[in-house]
Design a binder for this molecule. Structure first.
Ligand SMILES: *Cc1c(COP(=O)(O)O)cnc(C)c1O
Length: 410
C-alpha cells in the first residue's frame, strides 16, 4: 500500500526540484489552494508591476508608454516566453483575446484550410464554451457539429466531410487526458486537421505541439500560467499552415504595420496576424509576470511534478476517504493535473472545505475538483486537505444548509 503519512509528504517536498517555485507566488499563510486550474495564484511580482504600469506608465507617461514602456511589443514578448511551454516556435504562437475568441478564429481557419469539407468533430463533454463557439461558427459556415463520447467513437465519424477534430486534451470535469498524438494521426489519415484545447495543459503538463503534430491549439492564460483573472489566452498554428493562413477577422493589431494606417490589410508574419484589436496592457502585464515566474522551468518538469502530486493525492483519497469515487484515471499517462471525485453532495463538500481554508471547486452535477498546480502545490498540502475532507465527511458538514446553497460562480 502507498505511504500517505505527513512525514512522507514532507520528504517528497524536500526532494522536489520545483519546490522553490512556490516562493515566486503570493499565497496566504495557512491556505491550501487547490484551484490553480481555475485561477492560478498571483505571482509576487504582479502587484508592483501592474501598479507601476498604472501609476507611472499610464499615469505619468501616458501615450508615450506604447513605445518607451514596451506596451506595443508586449504580446510578442508574451508569445516568445510562452512558446517553449508548448514546444512551439515563437512565431507559431499569438497571445490575444480569450480562449473562446481564439477558438472561434481557429475554427474558421481550419474550415478555410479544408475547402469542400464542412463538419467538425468534438466531444459531447467538452467545456461548454467550446461547444457554443463551434455551433456558432458552424451556423455561419454551414457545417455540422458531430459529437463523440470518447476516442473509441472517432473512427466511426471520420469521413470526407470532416474538416477538423477538436478536443480538449484534459477533461475539465474528470481530468481524463486524450492521447492527442493518436487522435491527430487518425484525423490526418482521414484528411482532417486536429485542434487541441490546452486550457488544462499549458503550464502544467509536458505539452509538445510539434511532437503531437497537431495543426492548431488554443490555451488559457489565467489557469496554470498565473496570468491573473481574464488574462489573455493563446493560439498556435503549425508552421506548415502559415503560407495559407488567412485571418478570419483581420484587425489592425494583426497588420504587419498597424500604424501605417493603410486601407488594405497586410498580414503580420506568422500567427501574429490572428491578433485582434488593441491588446489589454494591464492584463498582459499580469500574464508576463506569470510567464516570468515559470522562467527556467521545462514542461517535462511540470509534468513530472503533476504526476507525482496526483498519484499521491489519489493514494490519500483511497486510504482515507474510500466512500468518494475517484473519477480521474489512475494511469498517470491518461490524466492531467487535477483530481476529481464524484459524490452526490460534492457541492456541500467543496463549500465545507472552503470554510476550512481548503479551496477546490465544484462542477455540476456531482464533481468535487482539486487542481494540483505543479508550481504552487506542496505534497504536505494534500495531507492537510485530505484530513479536512475526512473531518467534513465525518461531521456531515456537507449536508449543512450554509454549504449546500449555490453562488453564481462555483
Ligand atoms: C477555462 C476554459 C476555457 C475558458 O475560456 P475563456 O474564453 O477564456 O473564458 C475554455 N475552454 C476550456 C476547455 C477551459 O478549460
Amino acid at each position: 500500500m502507498a505511504v500517505t503519512t505527513r512525514e512522507h509528504a514532507l520528504a517528497l517536498d524536500a526532494a522536489d526540484p520545483l519546490a522553490p517555485l512556490r516562493g515566486r507566488f503570493q499565497l496566504p499563510e495557512g491556505l491550501v489552494y487547490l484551484d490553480g486550474n481555475s485561477l492560478g495564484a498571483a505571482p509576487r511580482a504582479a502587484a508592483d508591476r501592474i501598479a507601476r504600469t498604472v501609476t507611472h506608465e499610464w499615469g505619468d507617461r501616458l501615450i508615450r508608454s506604447w513605445n518607451e514602456a514596451g506596451w506595443f511589443t508586449a504580446p510578442a514578448r508574451a508569445a516568445a516566453a510562452l512558446a517553449p511551454l508548448l514546444g512551439a516556435d515563437a512565431d507559431e504562437v499569438v497571445v490575444a483575446d480569450s480562449t473562446s475568441v481564439n477558438l472561434a478564429k481557429l475554427l474558421h481557419v481550419a474550415l478555410s484550410l479544408r475547402p469542400g469539407r464542412t463538419d467538425v468533430v468534438m466531444e459531447r463533454g467538452s467545456f461548454p464554451t467550446d461547444l457554443y463557439v463551434a455551433r456558432g461558427v458552424l451556423v455561419l459556415r454551414g457545417g455540422r457539429l458531430r459529437l463523440v463520447d470518447g476516442p473509441d467513437d472517432l473512427p466511426g465519424v471520420l469521413d470526407e466531410q470532416v474538416a477538423l477534430v477538436a478536443v480538449t486534451e484534459v477533461d475539465f470535469r474528470t481530468g481524463a487526458r486524450w492521447d492527442v498524438g493518436a487522435l491527430t494521426a487518425a484525423a490526418h489519415t482521414a484528411g482532417a486537421l486536429a485542434l487541441v484545447d490546452l486550457c488544462h495543459s499549458t503550464g502544467a503538463l509536458d505539452v509538445d505541439v510539434h511532437a503531437l503534430d497537431v495543426d492548431l491549439a488554443v490555451g488559457c492564460g489565467y489557469k496554470y500560467l498565473h496570468g491573473g483573472p481574464g488574462a489573455p489566452a493563446h493560439a498556435y498554428v503549425a508552421r506548415r499552415h502559415h503560407a495559407a493562413l488567412t485571418a478570419p477577422m483581420p484587425a489592425w493589431f494583426g497588420h504587419a504595420e498597424p500604424f501605417a494606417m493603410s486601407t488594405d490589410f497586410t498580414p503580420a508574419p506568422g500567427v501574429a496576424r490572428l491578433a485582434g484589436g488593441t491588446p489589454p496592457v494591464l492584463s498582459l502585464t499580469g500574464l508576463l509576470c506569470g510567464l516570468e515566474s515559470l522562467d527556467g522551468v521545462t514542461p517535462g518538469q511540470l509534468q513530472a511534478k503533476a504526476t507525482a502530486l496526483t498519484a499521491f493525492f489519489v493514494a490519500l483519497l483511497d486510504a482515507h476517504c474510500p466512500e468518494l469515487t475517484v473519477v480521474t484515471p489512475r494511469d498517470a499517462a491518461r490524466r492531467g493535473a487535477h483530481v476529481s471525485v464524484a459524490h452526490p453532495d460534492a457541492h456541500g463538500i467543496v463549500q465545507a472545505l472552503i470554510a476550512r481554508d481548503v479551496i477546490g471547486d465544484f462542477r455540476d452535477p456531482d464533481i468535487a475538483r482539486f487542481g494540483l498546480a505543479p508550481t504552487t502545490t506542496r505534497f504536505v498540502d494534500l495531507v492537510t486537505a485530505v484530513q479536512h475532507l475526512r473531518a467534513v465527511l465525518d461531521a456531515g458538514e456537507h449536508d449543512e444548509a450554509r454549504f449546500t446553497a449555490r453562488s453564481a460562480v462555483t
